[in-house]
Write a protein that binds this ligand. Structure first.
Ligand code: ZN
Ligand code: ZN
Length: 235
């Protein structure tokens, strides 16, 4: 190993440390909700230029769009192999929110009153504003509760792309991730879930007091009150 794992660059706002000064700089932008790297083709903006490059390749090229569909199809096949029935591209109307709607990648009903909304999150949706994501998940939950107040809504945010643990890229095959996902779904199908909950799978995380904590929690826009609904499944 040429590089040691020394991490001399310490964040002053959280316990994270970094190997390189630019990593600390970009990380700092996130704390300040500052996104200096603007996409030239849409209104998305980023705190890390690497994430902007990924976004452009993914969202603004036909190859990227094709790959996205392939990944969704792969996930559909994995669910089918595990005898999990689902609906794709389920449309949820927000009648109470002025007629807008959300489309959910995979929708899974259970016999215990819990509905599962599963999203195949490319690159952990790093190009989305986290506050919009949280609001969307809550809006979908309240749309279900308007129809049937006894329903529990469980979100699964499944990242099919690269992720890191403590800032270091972690390698885990898609097949192993699908296996963990199907196991988690089977568990919810069997035991249900609390009123509202979100499980993030294979997102960037770090260890704090021996517990996996989402890097997303560092984002100023991640509402403190929302954190209690969140669980993390990592490697
Ligand atoms: Zn920090
Ligand atoms: Zn864009």
């Amino acid at each position: 190993m040429i590089h040691s794992l020394e991490r001399p660059f310490m964040c002053t706002q959280c316990p994270k440390t970094f190997q390189r000064s630019f990593q600390l700089k970009y990380h700092g932008f996130m704390h300040n909700a500052h996104r200096p790297f603007q996409c030239q083709q849409c209104e998305a903006a980023f705190y890390d230029p690497k994430v902007l490059r990924n976004h452009t390749a993914r969202v603004h090229t036909s190859l990227g769009q094709k790959k996205l569909k392939q990944k969704e199809n792969q996930l559909a096949e994995a669910l089918s192999r595990n005898a999990i029935s689902f609906q794709r591209e389920k449309r949820i109307e927000f009648a109470h929110l002025g007629g807008t709607y959300a489309r959910i990648d995979f929708f899974i009903e259970t016999s215990n009153g819990t509905v599962i909304c599963l999203e195949n999150d490319e690159s952990a949706h790093k190009d989305r504003f986290v506050s919009c994501e949280l609001k969307r998940m809550l809006d979908v939950a309240s749309a279900f509760k308007m129809i049937d107040a006894s329903k529990s809504v469980h979100w699964i945010r499944f990242n099919c792309d690269a992720f890191s643990i403590d800032g270091l890229r972690y390698k885990m095959s898609l097949l192993d991730r699908y296996a963990a996902l199907c196991k988690h779904i089977a568990n919810v199908q069997q035991h249900g879930s609390s009123d509202f909950s979100v499980t993030y799978m294979f997102y960037d995380c770090g260890y704090t007091n021996n517990q996996l904590v989402l890097d997303l929690f560092d984002d100023l826009n991640f509402d403190e009150n929302f954190k209690k609904f969140v669980r993390v499944i990592g490697p």
